[in-house]
Write a protein that binds this ligand. Sequence first.
Ligand code: ATP
Ligand code: MG
Ligand code: MG
Ligand code: MG
Length: 469
Amino acid sequence: MPSTNEIRAAFLDYFASHGHQIVPSSSLVPRNDPTLLFTNAGMVQFKNVFTGQETRPYSRATTAQKVVRAGGKHNDLDNVGYTARHHTFFEMMGNFSFGDYFKPLAIELAWNLVTKDFGLPKEKLLVTVFAEDEDAAALWKRIAGLSDDRIIRIPTSDNFWRMGDVGPCGPCSEIFYDHGPDVPGGPPGSPDEDGDRFVEIWNLVFMQFFEDPPGVRSPLPRPSIDTGLGLERFAAIMQGKRDNYDTDTFRVLIEASADVTSQAPDGPFKASHRIVADHLRSTAFLIADGVLPSKDGRGYVLRRIMRRAMRHLHMMGTTQPVFYKLLPALIQQMGAAYPELGQAQALIQETMRGEEERFKAMLGRGLSLLADETAQLPAGGSLPGDVAFKLYDTFGFPLDLTQDALRGSGHTVDVTGFEASMKEQRERARAAWTGSGDAAVETVWFEARDRFGATEFLGYSTEDAEAEV
Ligand code: ATP
Ligand code: MG
Ligand code: MG
Ligand code: MG
């Protein structure tokens, strides 16, 4: 049974042997795109290559890219712990053609890797194509020998990729693996597609058009390829598991979480252990790439992730900071592939410990307030906005943490009321301001306060530029 580390290496070697340059992962903080919260796909570091603004000494590349999807357009945070296949941090394996090969070779390379090198049975696989993409459907039939019922035509934008309102775009095709009828979920395109039975493992993008102005498309003279395969999903399949959290890497992290909390890995806190293991990875990798927990922007997304993990650790009965104690297990699993983890170990550890020390002091009291308030709510009721605001303002509970905490009991938060309390507090502060006598300074101060007040609880609400693979 191959380890996740072996699968990563085999993927890169395979594409290297087919003329692809192995390019290191880029940072989780996109260097060339201020509109993007975090690197959320393998193609992000190649954006300018695809548009032709930048050239590279190679026309084929392959990567294992660090990706975080915990904000903006791709936000999988609320899925974590509840599906078998979503993480906030994951590795996206990819192969790229910059005006070199196109659809036929892209399909052939992917199909051969999955069915020949990795030996997955053809009967377990099916693919989707964009409904109008006759080429792709015909190629799957010819190259993979798939029958028509295993080539599912999807008419929606799910299978049409675009970089932004203008720029390169084109149809997608995805490879799905069927975990079998024991797992709930329907095939892609069906009403219950959102289960864990049919899992999307690989997304191929055929960049064949250029759109500018919006709505006007012309064919690209040299079409390109961009693909993304979820390493953790693929490792689950290769290791005979139905669940990403049962793979080698995650088991080690979950065992470490079980150790520090003295709670059985698959007992009543199963979901908590998974959330902790997932959030440990995003936390450590984000800090290694220079993000620190803070009140706004990227740092606030990190803080929200960290505090969510800390709430789960607290619920499992820990009284002292323990999150940082899980770091060595992660470095043992992933440090060879990502040396930045080991290099930043001290910084990551101290940041994690400091954040948990500060939060722990308020967490217990905040949670008992929340429990008291929840006890008074009717079934399915919503927590008053002023209570959620008090948790936020006095106890450091990000709004989404409170929402997540209420999820188990089926309650929600009155978000409108929360926002009203936030606004009221800002107005009170404004009224209490005696003034510096300098109108210009005052304006700047209030503008800053409004801005940070807003970003502090919304995190990054601005839409990311579209950058799925
Ligand atoms: P899904 O429909 O399952 O949410 P996606 O279409 O959003 O996936 P893509 O943007 O196509 O995903 O990303 C390429 C690949 O990355 C997917 O085919 C999948 O294998 C993997 N992937 C996507 N999101 C996640 C996630 N949150 N955790 C783990 N792997 C993921
Ligand atoms: Mg998705
Ligand atoms: Mg999808
Ligand atoms: Mg996809």
